[in-house]
Write a protein that binds this ligand. Structure first.
Ligand code: THU
Length: 154
């Protein structure tokens, strides 16, 4: 048995389609509004919905550390709360800070992957993921299931 998946890599997000570039710009905008005084690692997420709307999220930290939440889940839960019937087409994730080295791709944490899987199962269509690292290198993954093999699922 073997698990493998294909993904696209670009040296800069300006090689993406215009629509995807807009989504990346929105994620950067969200990142700059993150509340991350403890980690000083700001993360932004933008979510493209089926109706073309883009919703934003960023990490929200708390003095009681575990009470905070990642950017991806802020965005996905906002989408679920406010657009419960809209499909999630794509999520884009960007970050800045010294916590993760500049050349590493900011891949979503395991909890966020689990939440993405649930969103994808609910809508029965794949969710695309765009990840832009701190030197603009970009990965595009066709479906969240690729990032979480053997997910906890129904
Ligand atoms: N963080 C995210 O927002 N998304 C991730 O995928 C990984 C980590 C946040 C959580 C915390 O506020 C900060 O980054 C440092 O872990």
């Amino acid at each position: 048995m073997e698990f493998s998946f294909k993904y696209a890599q670009y040296s800069h997000f300006n090689l993406l389609s215009k629509n995807d570039q807009k989504l990346v710009d929105a994620a950067f905008e969200a990142m700059n509004n993150a509340y991350a005084p403890y980690s000083e690692f700001q993360v932004g997420a933008s979510v493209l919905l089926g109706n073309g709307h883009v919703v934003l999220g960023n990490n929200q930290e708390n003095l009681a550390y575990p009470s905070g939440l990642c950017a991806e889940r802020v965005a996905l839960f906002y989408a679920g709360a406010n657009y419960p019937n809209e499909v999630i087409d794509t999520i884009c994730i960007v970050a800045k800070g010294t916590l993760v080295s500049k050349e590493l791709i900011l891949a979503p944490c395991g909890s966020c992957r689990q939440v993405m899987i649930e969103s994808s199962m609910r809508q029965s269509t794949p969710i695309r993921i765009i990840m832009v690292n701190q030197d603009n290198r970009t990965l595009v993954i066709d479906k969240v299931e690729d990032l979480l093999p053997f997910a906890f699922s129904k």
